[in-house]
Write a protein that binds this ligand. Sequence first.
Ligand SMILES: Nc1ncnc2c1ncn2[C@@H]1O[C@H](COP(=O)(O)OP(=O)(O)O)[C@@H](O)[C@H]1O
Ligand SMILES: O=c1ccn([C@@H]2O[C@H](COP(=O)(O)O)[C@@H](O)[C@H]2O)c(=O)[nH]1
Length: 202
Amino acid sequence: MLIIGIAGGTGCGKTTVVNQIIEELPDKEVSVISQDSYYNDLSHLSFEERGKINFDHPKAIDFKLLGEHLTQLRAGKSIQQPVYSFASHNRTGQTVHTPPSKVMIVEGILILTHPEIREMFDIKIFVHADSDERLIRRLKRDINERGRDIDEVLYRYQTTLKPMHDQFIEPTKEHADIIIPNNKYNTVAVDIVRTIIIEKLL
Ligand SMILES: Nc1ncnc2c1ncn2[C@@H]1O[C@H](COP(=O)(O)OP(=O)(O)O)[C@@H](O)[C@H]1O
Ligand SMILES: O=c1ccn([C@@H]2O[C@H](COP(=O)(O)O)[C@@H](O)[C@H]2O)c(=O)[nH]1
């Protein structure tokens, strides 16, 4: 099994890059795990209380469960990946059956901050886009797809997102084996990563 970790600040294009990489690859051979699925279970809190959580701090992530799941997958066992709802800031209670595959891609803003999780990746990738570009993309995406308004996105950006990015996320770039510049769509980098994966699948 080859486990690839793909990190980078919000809006840098991680999900887009992952989708581009797997587009032409056989479904059964490559699976994706999103760090978003491993936000802590916040069912004990009200919607208002959940909305005040700092979702950009490493403590917001259930790294224990993510580590257990990666260990199970490596041992050839399937996992039940939780499904997360950005609209309700919580796990939905549903899960996605995720079997082990030859290549597992794990993507998320904070996945390279945790030493033991980092150790589990055979290849570590950091996707880079400038912060103004990321903010523009985040505004558009969160308003169109995640049920947010402009005030919510800008408030979160100023209070937690930017400080947490500078403190925790940007420094993990130094752990990366590959840095993908993604201010513009980067088909060359996507092709290179796909080639590495195809070699593993042969
Ligand atoms: N290279 C790019 N150029 C322009 N827009 C992009 C690029 N990559 C991603 N996007 C757009 O930016 C938004 C955020 O991308 P996404 O892949 O969800 O980022 P992330 O998963 O890193 O938060 C999406 O609406 C996506 O379509
Ligand atoms: O309930 C939530 C949980 C997380 N967020 C924000 O999501 C991003 C991480 O996701 P990306 O897809 O990498 O952008 C993170 O910056 C959190 O602030 C949220 O808004 N609500």
